[in-house]
Structure formats: C-alpha cells, structure tokens
Design a protein around this ligand. Structure first.
Ligand SMILES: Cc1cc2nc3c(=O)[nH]c(=O)nc-3n(C[C@H](O)[C@H](O)[C@H](O)COP(=O)(O)O)c2cc1C
Length: 187
C-alpha cells in the first residue's frame, strides 16, 4: 500500500494532542519552538521525547545546548503557539505580540509563564529518523499548574468541552465555576 504524504498528514491529524513550546537558551536569548510531537517514554529513568525537523533552528540549538524545557500550553496560550510556529518570528516581540513572558531555571533554561506544566530536560540521546531527529531527554525537574490545556486536532486549535456524562447529569453549574471535570467533547 502506498500512502501519499497528504493522506498520512490527514490520518495523523486525527490523533489529538496537546501543544508545547520547546525552550532553549541560545546565547543568552530565549529560543522557543511550537511542538506537538512530544510524548513520555519511560518512568525509570524519567524520559521524554520530542521529534524535531532537521531544518528547524531548534534542531541545531538542542544539539549544541543539550538541555531544553518543555512547556505544556494552557488553553489561553494559542497566540503563543502561533507565534513560536512562525519561521519569521522575533523573540523581542514575543511578549508584545503573543504575551509570552519567561523566567529562568537555575540551569538557565527559559520557563514560559502561565504554562500548564514545565519539564526541565537534559539530552539523553538523539536518533535521526527520516527528516526529523528524535531527541530523548531525561527529566530533571517539573512544575505543574491548575488549568485546561490547548489542544490540536485536524490542523486546528481546540479546547476541552464538558464530559458527556457530566452535561447529561446537569452539572453545568460546576462548569461555570470552573470545577467540572474536563473531558473531550463527544459526538
Ligand atoms: C501545532 C504545531 C505543532 C508543531 N509541532 C512540531 C514538532 O513537533 N516538531 C517540529 O519540528 N516542528 C513542529 N511544528 C513546526 C515548528 O513550530 C515550526 O517549523 C517552527 O517555525 C520551527 O522553528 P525554528 O526553525 O526556530 O526551530 C509545529 C507547528 C505547529 C503549529
């Protein structure tokens, strides 16, 4: 069976993901890149992976710095995702244009303010795979915040809806107070 790239992309677009911004210190500046090819790999040791296009600037930065952050975006951070996916972006304008503000870990890795979770990663191995490289990294520290995630499905940004069983049992009041258990909108 021969599958065209367009069909492959369409099929993969059905796989709903969160959205991250990979951050790396590049000569004292924050370099960020939007990425959703991110997943956990191992609990012992704690490992994650991110797949990065060979043509991305981030690819060279990760090889050089061997340390990066993974910032899991919250639902109100879509502009930040869009900003860090643009090839012509300028970090100087990230705050004014997308509201992106950063702090630094003791290792100097940039941490995006307001992200749902942050993972401090040290490069473990890099494996070339086609036109991407799989960067596997050991997780040295994590930060977690309350909130809902930004999602990506079929090439569009999405947010969580109410769980069907919750809306059927009339717990809309909880949703208004922001206490409803989040779940993907069904049917
Ligand atoms: C939702 C979304 C997810 C993305 N995921 C990835 C990814 O996992 N890996 C990748 O190499 N590029 C990914 N990209 C594309 C990069 O963000 C984009 O090419 C960026 O401009 C690369 O920046 P750089 O050249 O500064 O590294 C994604 C873009 C979007 C909008």
């Amino acid at each position: 069976m021969s599958v065209a790239q367009a069909e492959f992309r369409e099929a993969m677009g059905c796989f709903t993901t969160g959205v991250t911004v990979i951050t790396v210190d590049y000569q004292g500046e924050v370099h960020g890149m939007t990425a959703n090819a991110f997943t956990s790999v191992s609990l012992d040791p704690l490992l994650v992976l991110v797949c990065v296009d060979h043509r991305a600037q981030t690819h060279a930065h990760l090889h050089a710095r061997k340390r990066f952050g993974v910032n899991v975006l919250a639902e109100d951070q879509r502009a930040i995702s869009e900003h860090y996916a643009r090839p012509d972006r300028n970090h100087e304008r990230a705050e004014a244009e997308a509201g992106a503000r950063f702090e630094r870990t003791p290792h100097g890795t940039p941490v995006l303010r307001g992200a749902l979770a942050y993972l401090e990663c040290r490069l473990h191995t890099a494996q070339d795979a086609g036109d991407h490289t799989i960067f596997i990294a050991e997780v040295e520290d994590v930060l977690v915040r309350e909130g809902n995630p930004l999602l990506y499905f079929q090439g569009k940004y999405r947010v969580l809806g109410m769980a069907k069983e919750d809306s059927e049992t009339g717990s809309a009041g909880r949703a208004e107070r922001g206490l409803a258990k989040p779940a993907l909108r069904k049917g």
